[in-house]
Ligand binder design. Sequence first.
Ligand code: HEM
Length: 456
Amino acid sequence: MTISYPPGVRTGVVETIRTVLSGVEFDMLQFVTDTQPQFGDFHYTKFGWVGFYMITDPDLMHEILVDRPEEFYKIKLIKYALGPFLGNGLLTNEGDFWKRQRKLAQPAFHFKRIESYADIMVDYARRMLSAWRTGETRRLDREMMKLTLNIVAKTLFDADVSGDADRVGDLLTRILEASNDRLNAAVQLPDWLPNPKTRQMYRDIAELDVIIQRFIDERRQSGEDKGDLLSMLLQARDDEGKPMDDKQLRDELMTIFLAGHETTAMNLTWTWYLLMEHPEVMARLKAEIDAALGDRPATMADLTNLKYAEMVIKESMRLYPPAPSVGREPIHDLQLGGYTVPKGALLTLSIYGLHRNPKVFANPEVFDPERFSPENEKNIPRYGYLPFGAGPRVCIGNSFAMMEARLILATMVQQAEMALVPGQKIVPKQLVTVRPANGIEVKVSLRETEKVALPA
Ligand code: HEM
């Protein structure tokens, strides 16, 4: 097959070197929305020696993720970027081994099981709010990260990280920044080359490893079956009756730990940002939550009465998909979108670009939760909205995440109001997830402050 490339940006080697040396950061989110009108939904960019395909078309997403998933691997680059941190966990694993691990982990995410996590989610959100005071300024993104980190540790490993949450949060932030540098690196340097950033990243990973190992050791010692993810993984046996070794166990836990908190934290952060910018949406949401809950804590049963909250969260994930893209590479030369794409090529399936594609969503820049009303939602093209991916590698935690986001948002809106601290420039930045580049500072005021009671 003769390889042929779709149109797109082409930059020569000299110009690319000049750009790299000038230290200008590549802004992937801007790049996607800038290039789509000119080159369409399937184009090929070559910056000097690095080439990648950009895909923002629902049908091509469907073809790659759902129709022919066995013909694509996760990209090597993601393994280079996240491998030192996540090892061979679910997110980066492939083939039969991935299939086996996914089967082992799946029961921990069944609806019946995650239902039992609802009270923990609400309880932790109320604890967070009970420490807030009217008039304080807080970093919303950091608060959300701490909260979802505590929740994933408690629900899936029954571990209490409250004491370590700040430290763990700092470590994760630094590791993800290092991973992102590796993702965007012009050249993939081997890890044995002396590089202070790489050394620091490995030190941070080692420190986090000690915390994860503590979860494993404590559970092994107690021998208790708590029915959570950690117990399931500890009891899992392969066809020869052998348990998972400690390294694989560590990789799975680290993966869930990362994938299970940062994404939801970013979803909540962006949702609050959009609500602060759209008081009319906030007013309607508040009315729904007050009517559904009054003063009492939210429960799983309330979710059926929190339909508007769900619409708001979905629309927030459209504009700011926490996982902004997924990467794939063909395992052999193949035909795609009328072109022959070579084995090993880098395919960027941009969820951010798909969700802002005017062919999929009218006025894509406008925040409008009505897009997800029951009447309107069915008109969205089937593969036009993919915050959790699709096909066999679809997010394992999507029901967990949707439940958590709704319960936390409802609990927060019930008890707190927030306003953006003036003068901030809030810009999204792709850092594995989509984060606000400089964080988001908010002024907090508690609604009927004195009613906020510490959970028992
Ligand atoms: C708003 C929240 C979340 C978003 C937007 C999100 C998004 C995604 C996406 C797009 C993928 C597919 C990646 C690919 O195809 O390459 C994925 C995979 C995954 N997610 Fe999530 N996720 C969220 C929450 C969670 C939670 C709460 C957990 C666990 C508690 C989780 C665990 C995972 C795992 C383990 C995978 C890999 C699955 C596999 O390949 O078998 N995620 N997620």
